[in-house]
Structures are given as C-alpha cells and as structure tokens.
Design a protein around this ligand. Structure first.
Ligand code: ADP
Length: 385
C-alpha cells in the first residue's frame, strides 16, 4: 500500500495551474507560437482564429511570412543569427498578413527550449498585433512633415510678397558701395593721392557690402527648408531681424513702427527662423489691417518684456480694422480668411510654431483701434535656474 495523497494533490495543483495559464492564453489578444529546430512553425495558439493572427503558418519560417524580409535584410540577418545561437529575442517587429490577407504589423518575442538532455527543440514565444500603434506613429510623422512643408511654403510665399522690399534692402547698400568706390578712385587720382580719405571710403564699402550680404544671408535662411534648430535666443534680436526684412513693406504702406523692447530680457529657447516667420506674419497682417486707415497715423507697436513668471512676452499691436467678436475664435483656424487673396494659413501656422515652442499665441482687440497679437515663450532653462 502506498499513500498517494501527496502525488494526487500535486497533480491537482498542476492541472489547476495549467488551466490558469490556458485561461490567460485564451483571453489574451496576443497569440502564442512554437517553432521546431529548423525554425518552422509547429504550433499556433488555438484561440488565434478569433483574433488577427495570420492563418496557415504551420510549416513556414518567420521570414517566409514577412514581406519585409528582402527589404530589411540586416534586421533579418540579426534575427537569424540570434536563432542560430539559440538565444532569446525580444520585440522583433515585422510585417505580416492577417487572416483576411490585410497587411498587419506584428511584434514578437521568443525564447529557446531544450529537452532534458539539453538538445535544442525550438522556440516558444508571443506575437502581438501592433498595426494600430505603428499606423498612428506613421500618421503622426506624416502630419509633422506636412506641417513643416506647409510652414516652408508659406514662408516662401511671404518671401515672394517681400521681393520688392528685399531687392531694395540689397540695392541700397550696393548703390552706396558704387558711390564710395567712385569716391575712392577720385581720392586716389589726386596728386598727391589722399590715401586717408581713400581708406575711409574702402571702410564704408566694406560696411555696406556686409550689410547687403547680411540681408542675403537672412533671406536664404528664411527660404531654406530645414529641420527645427533650437538654440538659446535673444527675442529682441529676432524682433529686429524680422523688422529689418519688412522695413520696406512698412515704408510703402506708410506704416511707422514703434519698438518698445525691454533691455533686460532673459534668453528664450527656440528656432530663430521659425520665430522670425511668426513675427513677419504678424507684422504683415498688422500692415494689411491698417491699409484702409486714413484718419490716424498707421502705427505698429512691437513690444518685448519679461513676464515675471518664467516667460518672455512679445506683442505686435496695430491700429487697423480690429477683430470682431465672431472672428476672434476663428482667426487661428486653418483657411479662415477675410481677404480676397488670403490663404488663411498664416495664423494657424504661427500658433502651431509657438505651441511647439511650449508657448502661446493669442489675439485681442485693442480698446480703441486695431488688435494686439501676443506671444508668450518659455525661458531658456539656464535662465530659469
Ligand atoms: P490671411 O492673412 O491669409 O487671411 P491669416 O491666418 O494670417 O491668413 O489671418 C486670418 C485672418 O485673421 C485674416 O484674414 C484677418 O481677417 C484676420 N486677421 C489677422 N491679423 C489681423 C489683424 N492684425 N487685424 C485684424 N484682423 C486680422
């Protein structure tokens, strides 16, 4: 007679444990697989027909199934090397097809298993359908790219509108260069030559040449399609550079600019070109808003200040037509425009640029005439500590 109570109890526990794991497995949205020593699928969890797991896998290897096996040879070489070395692998993502033949992305992890003598029998592991997550990432990337493209297009469009101003900005110093070169020649042709005066003319030539090339550098930087380039910045410099590019536009619309820039401004952290794009947009909008103003001076006020709570404020105020109650909520909506030739993208792009900087952009009607657009930008980290 042998007392088998303990054995029976152990068996009961084992069955309960098996049942528990089967329950887990069958309710999981993941599926489980097993491959043999030749890495061909020998088993797929039974419940897989209720989820998106591919069908008809038995007898195939993973690289037989994946259409990306040829496209990403390196990934698969690494994977096969891991399998041949009988080491576990984690989070291999590859393309596959669900049971209706639709492409899906799956993520799989597996570990080798061996018999009692240590002989390699194959791998066991888990597969998850990660299509939704990957598609969401792809959509987000595409959206970001489209936004950057659009920002670039509007920047180039704005530059197109500014061609006359830019040409003027470059022509002025060039004319001065020619005049000073003439003067220099005249000083040299004197007898005896006045070398001191000639030298002074050459210095002016250098100054004007540098001025012209600065304008070209700024225009090229604005027109360039580039990735975001974040750096510590002085907001006042960004304001001055933007104003320099639209100077002529203001002059030809008889708009004067009043700058009230705080001299004690902490640094912000941002992309100089993108912030210039925002300011140029706001300034151009201000100029356009004052086009029909004839009974008061057309003045644009640009202010900068430290807000005291870890931000820099930059505002652009005009005394133009102003913004109606109904329009104020829609200004920043893409394609909202009240202009016959407007695209209605300017403010929406401005807002997305400022928000990407961790800041805010909003508009408010002025008490008397016109509107104020206010930007808040967070300080550069070193300035806050
Ligand atoms: P667009 O200039 O192409 O119309 P925006 O997005 O820059 O596109 O501007 C959208 C609309 O917001 C303008 O059509 C105008 O009605 C209004 N708006 C923008 N700036 C001002 C301003 N400074 N004063 C009054 N209205 C403005």
């Amino acid at each position: 007679m042998t007392d088998i109570t303990a054995t029976k109890e152990a068996e009961r526990r084992l069955r309960a444990s098996e049942q528990r794991f089967r329950d887990y497995a069958e309710t999981a949205s993941d599926w489980f697989w097993e491959t043999g020593p030749d890495h061909r699928v020998t088993k797929v969890s039974e419940h897989s027909d209720t989820i998106t797991a591919p069908a008809g896998l038995i007898g195939l290897t993973r690289w037989d199934i994946a259409p990306d096996a040829d496209l990403e040879p390196e990934k698969w070489q690494q994977h096969r090397a891991a399998l041949d070395a009988h080491i576990p692998f984690r989070d291999l993502v590859y393309r596959s097809k669900d049971r209706s033949g639709q492409p899906i992305y799956v993520r799989t992890s597996g570990k080798p298993f061996f018999d009692a003598d240590g002989a390699f029998l194959g791998y066991r592991g888990v597969c998850t359908d990660v299509t939704a997550a990957i598609r969401a990432n792809q959509a987000e990337d595409a959206l970001r790219k489209a936004q950057a493209e659009l920002a670039h297009v509007t920047r180039v469009t704005t530059l197109g509108e500014l061609t006359a101003s830019i040409a003027h900005e470059i022509n002025q110093p060039l004319a001065a260069v020619i005049a000073n070169a003439d003067a220099c020649l005249a000083w040299l042709q004197r007898s005896p030559p006045d070398l001191q005066a000639a030298g002074r003319s050459v210095e002016w030539i250098i100054e004007d040449g540098t001025r012209a090339s600065d304008v070209i550098r700024r225009v090229r930087a604005l027109a360039k399609r580039s990735d975001t380039d974040m750096a510590p910045l002085d907001a006042n410099v960004v304001v001055r550079e933007s104003v320099a590019l639209v100077q002529r536009e203001m002059a030809s619309h008889a708009v004067s600019v009043r700058m009230e820039l705080s001299s004690a401004l902490p640094k912000i952290f941002g992309d100089r070109i993108q912030l210039q794009q925002v300011l140029i947009n706001l300034i151009m909008n201000g100029i356009e808003a004052m086009e029909d103003v004839h009974d008061r001076p057309r003045e644009l006020a640009i202010r900068s200040a430290a807000s005291g709570d870890g931000a820099v404020l930059v505002s652009v105020s005009d005394c133009g037509v102003g913004i109606s109650e109904q329009a104020i909520d829609r200004l920043f909506t893409p394609f909202f425009t009240t202009k016959s030739t407007g695209m209605g993208m300017g403010l929406s792009i401005c807002r997305s640029i400022i928000e990407a900087h961790g800041g805010r952009l909003f508009a408010a009607p002025n008490q008397e005439h016109g509107a104020t657009f206010q930007i808040t930008l967070p300080l550069h980290r070193e300035e806050t500590s």
